[in-house]
Ligand binder design. Sequence first.
Ligand code: DX5
Ligand code: ZN
Length: 215
Amino acid sequence: MIKIAPSILSADFANLERDIQAASSADYLHVDVMDGAFVPNITIGVPVVQSIRKCTDMFLDVHLMIEKPVRYIEAFAKAGADLLSVHLEADHPTRIAESLKTMGECGVKKAVALRPITKAEAVLPYIDQLDLVLVMTVEPGFGGQAFMEGQLETIRQVRAIIDKYNPACELEVDGGISPQTAPLATKAGANVLVAGSAVYGAADIPGAIQALRSV
Ligand code: DX5
Ligand code: ZN
């Protein structure tokens, strides 16, 4: 079954609780953390995740677009994240491995994320221990960008790696997901769809979630 993860990056931050409740029929809540270094934008940090945790029971899928994420794994886990994803481009492989180990020790689910430039094979050293792989279908940093169709091949390749080495692992796509692009991503092998503008730009938020789920 396809899971939908609304991204609160496109929500109204002054009415975050209202906008989170509006998306409560979704499967995960996607939280984009940006540090102004790994990506040009700055969004939210640990205290906001802590506050979100207090106002919802939803599964918090926290996407860390930050340099050297190993420094913050424990803090985001303690703040209430259910899953953390670290970018493979954000640190040396030994420190990515250390990040995943810390996630395990903190009891949160483990994910790695791939910028569009990163090849599917980059997940191979970690695949046996992952709960989710996140394939970016835009350059990370901003909501509302166009879906990169060239990433469909990466999605297919990651799907093949998951099926071979760790079939329980989920495959999430993030960026430019709409009712038009969602079927392309799921046909290529994705089972979790992040959607920011397609959910929060809609007048009927539960309807938009349902529309994406049933593509
Ligand atoms: C982009 C973020 C995405 C973003 C997606 O760097 O990681 O999660 O919110 O927004 P849409 O769905 O509008 O492309
Ligand atoms: Zn994201």
